[in-house]
Design a protein around this ligand. Sequence first.
Ligand SMILES: Nc1ncnc2c1ncn2[C@@H]1O[C@H](COP(=O)(O)OP(=O)(O)OP(=O)(O)O)[C@@H](O)[C@H]1O
Length: 131
Amino acid sequence: MGSKNRRKFVSWSRLKKSFVYASNGIVYTLKHEQNFRVHLTVGAVIFILAQVLRIPLEKQAILAVVIGGVLALELINTAIEHVVDLMIDTYDERAKIIKDTAAGAVFIFSATAVIVGILILLPYIIALFSR
Ligand SMILES: Nc1ncnc2c1ncn2[C@@H]1O[C@H](COP(=O)(O)OP(=O)(O)OP(=O)(O)O)[C@@H](O)[C@H]1O
């Protein structure tokens, strides 16, 4: 008892470890999940396009939130898939429901991100071609 209480308010070594663990999770997902690679690539293209089109910073912030949200949801979906696989290695209707609903959450947020991206970028693309 007490060892936790004696911990520093902010420990840089613990922060560094947390960053390394989180990076490992991102690198794992990057290597093994095609959807994550697709979303990351689309997100990077949108970010570059926003710079080229000189989109205002507050709109870029909205794009950053939705792109980051999709990527974060992909990581959670991957974690859920692994928890299910850890619990059961045979076909199970409940496993299917868990995985399918988690995938559905990613899909809904991705579709939302696409709509937000179109709403923000399209007027600038139209203005570029109607000069
Ligand atoms: N144990 C299981 N029991 C029943 N259905 C399963 C099971 N494991 C996977 N499935 C079905 O297969 C689908 C794909 O699951 P899998 O674990 O292969 O994910 P994935 O191919 O990596 O998916 P994603 O491409 O979304 O990352 C699930 O959405 C589910 O419908």
